[in-house]
Ligand binder design. Structure first.
Ligand code: GLN
Length: 477
């Protein structure tokens, strides 16, 4: 067999088990694809040696009919803010260029128990702050459908790696849209789970009350298989939750008969690109034909979400990034410091890029005495209003559908000098993070210019099964 890198997770798992091919053959095919597509820049670190070693170990076990894990052989691309023991975890920042974590993130150790293979660490915006990977210290990931455009962000490298078959599946994080937006730009599936469903332990914290860990896959079934392994309570993360739905594959092939789909008017309003709206509506029509019912509704607080996020997120980020002082963690100054304050200035001044500095300044400002009530606390209150909006909406429908991004992939350089414009990329994804609920990005056709458009299926708290069920149904239509 050739091009094993193109297989879905399900086919990889079955193929390895049935000895149709070996794990080493799969890794070799994946490595050659990675080398061929190097210019797209999916990976910051490619661990060819480590991946091959693990694959050979597995092959030996399989030949001897020894027990292997449920995901044996599956090749995974891991976003470079999720720690993998022994591999650099740069966060795409000069600050952590040389940081090699001595442990695995919980999500990684769970997958290691199932014998997955880590292919490498993928590109992201610096500390996952951005929507295009353009703030990465190492370079920009290119769109798989048009090289002069972005792959999206911040988990752009992971989305690209799945789209270009440079892995079997990928891990990413979504604080304000970083899984769903790149998934939409790259025509792959991307799940942002309920806040707390997947442990954040060992994942570099940005905004602790917003951060979630999720995945990118080639099919909804693959996503269910991945979620089965990564969801659930972890004692290393006090915010983590038990997984009430247990087997996510049981939600597949259920159809959509009688399912109520809510369409918020704000997600199809002015400012959302016309072709994007039309393509998302085409998918909704297909679901309607298959028996779903459409309910028009409103999420009136949508317009506040970007403002709430860009107060709350930088506030939490600025506190979390305090630890990178060049002493315990991070870049050490390039020249001699005169005193400790000078040392901090140099370490942080040299180590962080512009977008991170901007957010630290905003974050410390909105938390400072006198401003905390006016900005941070007020934002928290408005966040409560967004949560209530979703609760109300879900009393009238089972899932909500809207675009995964207001527009398709933009050109490299188009938004980078205009932070406010870049922040609008998250206008339709942030509300979901504010409410802590799950949402899954799914492919929804192509524009006339050939760029993919994605939609998101949003479900109530801890109802990932519904996202998977709709994604699977839509795939077959
Ligand atoms: N684009 C958003 C930001 O810049 C979201 C990032 C994320 O989800 N990690 O903060």
């Amino acid at each position: 067999m050739t091009n094993l890198n193109k297989l879905s997770l399900k086919d990889v798992v079955n193929g390895v088990r049935e000895k149709k091919f070996s794990c080493s053959e799969l890794v070799k095919d994946t490595v050659s694809a990675c080398k061929e597509e190097k210019d797209f820049f999916a990976y910051i670190t490619l661990d060819e040696e480590g991946a091959l070693k693990k694959a050979e170990e597995l092959d030996k076990k399989i030949v001897q009919n020894e027990e292997v894990g449920d995901l044996a052989g599956a090749v995974c691309a891991v976003k470079d803010i999720i720690c993998v023991k022994g591999l650099p975890n740069t966060c795409a920042s000069k600050m952590l260029e040389n940081f090699v974590p001595p442990y695995d993130a919980s999500v990684v150790s769970r997958l290691k128990k199932e014998d997955f293979v880590v292919m490498g660490k993928t590109n992201t915006d610096e500390f996952a702050c951005g929507a295009s990977t353009e703030t990465s210290y190492f370079g920009v990931s290119r769109n798989p459908y048009e090289k002069e455009r972005v792959a999206g962000g911040s988990s752009g490298g992971s989305a690209l790696a799945v789209a270009k078959n440079l892995c079997t599946f990928a891990l990413g994080t979504d604080t304000g849209g970083s899984i769903r937006q790149p998934a939409s730009f790259c025509n792959v599936y991307g799940l942002k789970p309920t806040y707390g469903l997947v442990s954040r332990s060992g994942v570099v914290s940005l905004a602790s009350s917003w951060d979630t860990v999720g995945a990118f896959s080639k099919t909804p079934e693959d996503m269910a298989m991945i979620l089965n392994k990564i969801a659930g309570k972890d004692r290393k993360d006090s915010t983590s939750l038990d997984n009430p739905e247990k087997d996510y594959t049981s939600f597949l092939n259920k159809g959509v008969k009688g399912l109520k789909i809510g369409l918020p008017k704000e997600y199809f309003s002015e400012g959302i690109e016309e072709e994007t709206k039309a393509l998302v509506m085409e998918s909704v029509k297909k679901l309607e034909k298959a028996g779903a019912e459409v309910v028009q509704l409103s999420l009136p607080s949508t317009k506040y979400a970007v403002s709430v996020y860009y107060i709350s997120m930088p506030a939490e980020l600025s506190a979390n990034l305090e630890r990178f002082d060049g002493i315990r963690f991070g870049h050490k100054p390039e020249s001699e410091a005169e005193n400790i304050v000078d040392y901090y200035f140099k370490a942080r001044g040299e180590g962080f890029g512009t977008e991170i500095k901007r957010r630290i300044i905003i974050g410390t400002y909105v938390l400072s005495a006198g401003y905390m009530d006016a900005y941070y606390k007020k934002a928290q209150k408005v966040r409560g209003v967004i949560i209530e909006d979703f609760k109300k909406a879900f009393s009238a429908c089972d899932v909500i559908i809207g675009p995964g991004s207001p527009y398709p992939a933009f050109k490299i350089g188009e938004f980078i000098d205009d932070p406010l414009k870049m922040y609008t990329a998250d206008a339709l994804t942030i509300p979901v993070n504010a409410a802590g609920i799950p949402s899954m990005a799914c492919p929804s056709g192509f524009t006339k210019a050939g760029l993919p458009v994605g939609l998101q299926v949003i479900a109530p708290f801890l109802s990932e099964g519904r996202c998977l069920s709709v994604a699977e149904a839509l795939r077959g239509l």
